[in-house]
Design a protein around this ligand. Structure first.
Ligand code: 6PG
Length: 257
């Protein structure tokens, strides 16, 4: 198996370079999206890997170079814990960059942890429909979705073998699992597969086996392998440790200094 044609694999020497590449991609995509549609709609994930990127976004040149006034920020998934809990994805994002930026409150669309999971999933789907209809799209077409990957091959809160991995109609579902093992909300494959750009951020040697499976073994049938945006591209942004078990001649793979 080789990665699909619309995907690129970029290997960076370490987490610092990975974060810089991630922040550059965020800014580049924001500027291009605003130039073409007037808005930038992005969904971000939780976990530890994207946090250095989020911290960079709060600093120049990204802070002043990103059109925050027309940026709409959604979440790819959320752990249903209070916002003050260190495990809250929205809470981490607030601390890492949102509090440092001047971004209209109405542009920030967190997943709510205040309602029962099924009702919160319905609310978020409604919120997505409202946003995309405002920008004249019947489909949830994100300009950028930032995802991570777990050692077990989950992405967002779509877990291998779970009902969230076979959802075909709903845009948001409630699931329980992962670490921490709590109730969660997640965007589904029907949403992820509409995106204009998906970036997977993966770092560290513990992820090397799953990265090898995802990029070289179609029989693994893991959730990230079911992401194939019809009109978009996939970028795998890895550090050397996560890429350590990939073949040196992997097609579409660029190694950066
Ligand atoms: C969440 C996630 C999840 C995460 C991966 C990778 O649990 O909120 O969005 O999908 O991205 O588990 O997490 P790390 O970056 O911490 O390895």
């Amino acid at each position: 198996m080789t990665p699909p044609e619309n995907s690129r694999v970029i290997v960076t020497p370490g987490i610092e370079r990975l974060a810089m590449k991630g922040a550059e991609l965020f800014q580049r995509t924001a500027v291009a999206s605003v130039a073409s549609t007037g808005f930038f709609t992005v969904a971000v994930s939780g976990g530890s890997t994207p946090r250095p990127i989020y911290r960079l976004l709060a600093e120049d040149p990204y802070r002043s170079g990103i059109p925050w006034q027309v940026t709409h920020l959604f979440w790819a998934d959320e752990r249903l814990v209070p916002v003050t809990d260190p495990d809250s994805n929205f809470g981490s994002a607030e601390r890492d960059f949102l509090k440092q930026l001047t971004i209209p409150t109405g542009n920030i669309h967190p997943m709510s942890s205040r309602k029962p999971p099924a009702a919160a999933a319905d609310d978020y789907e409604h919120e997505l429909r409202r946003h995309f209809s405002r920008i004249a799209s019947a489909e949830p077409v994100f300009d950028l979705i930032v995802l991570g990957v777990g050692e077990d091959g989950h992405t967002a809160s779509i877990f291998p073998g779970d009902h969230s991995a076979v959802e075909t109609t709903r845009w948001v579902t409630a699931v329980k699992g992962g670490t921490p093992n709590v109730e969660r909300l997640t965007l589904t494959l029907p949403v992820l597969n509409q995106a204009r750009c998906i970036v997977f951020l993966v770092s560290g040697s513990k992820k090397a086996p799953v990265v090898r499976s995802l990029l070289t073994d179609a029989s693994a049938q893991l959730p990230p392998q079911r992401i194939a945006p019809q009109r978009g591209e996939i970028i795998w942004l890895l550090d050397e440790e996560a890429a350590a078990l990939l073949p040196q001649d992997l097609p579409g793979c660029i190694r950066k200094n």
